[in-house]
Design a protein around this ligand. Structure first.
Ligand code: F6R
Ligand code: ZN
Length: 163
């Protein structure tokens, strides 16, 4: 997760003090990447922040541009940032029993904005593929920061548009 949080200095200071907390983990049901099959994953994002920025997942596009995805909230409170290759952004809340639809062609990152762990299921075509590089190059256009005790979605000043 090095290089993903906006306060890189805070990350490096933590690491130099030997602090390297687990931010999230994913459990997936093994599945063949075949058309028509669905994959199921369960993500646990632990509560915490780097500076004022809540813990989040790396985020990715699906390699297959037509591949959508569904998330189902199980525990905790989160926000999902979505972003198309042309820079259109959306965000939605995820809480227990909430179903979130991620449209084809939208990169997605999930942020834990609560005080306890955020747990959700993901269901997606098993041949969707995961492209982490494209969104890592530009970064997400939005950040989710704590402000006065509440989460706020703000513009990322380091976002570089490469439409
Ligand atoms: C699968 C999916 C989720 C994420 C998981 C971790 O398509 O979107 O299962 O893989 O929440 O996030 P990443 O993969 O961005 O590290
Ligand atoms: Zn996905």
């Amino acid at each position: 997760m090095r290089g993903l949080f906006k306060d890189e200095m805070v990350v490096e200071e933590k690491l130099s003090r030997g602090e390297d907390p687990k931010i999230y983990e994913v459990y997936e049901v093994p599945q063949q990447p075949l058309s028509g099959l669905l994959s199921l994953g369960c993500t646990f994002i632990y509560p915490g922040k780097v500076g004022d920025e809540y813990y989040f997942t790396k985020g990715h596009f699906h390699e297959k541009e037509g591949a959508s995805e569904v998330y189902i909230g199980l525990e905790g409170e989160g926000i999902i940032l979505m972003q198309s290759r042309s820079g259109e952004t959306r965000h939605l809340k995820i809480t227990p029993n909430v179903v979130v639809y991620i449209s084809p062609g939208f990169a997605h990152r999930t942020i834990n904005v609560g005080a306890s762990r955020l747990v959700f299921l993901s269901i997606y075509p098993s041949d969707a593929g995961h492209d982490y590089e494209s969104i890592a190059e530009t970064g997400f256009a939005k950040l989710v920061l704590e402000s006065g005790g509440s989460p706020m979605v703000v513009d990322n000043p380091s976002y570089s548009e490469r439409a």
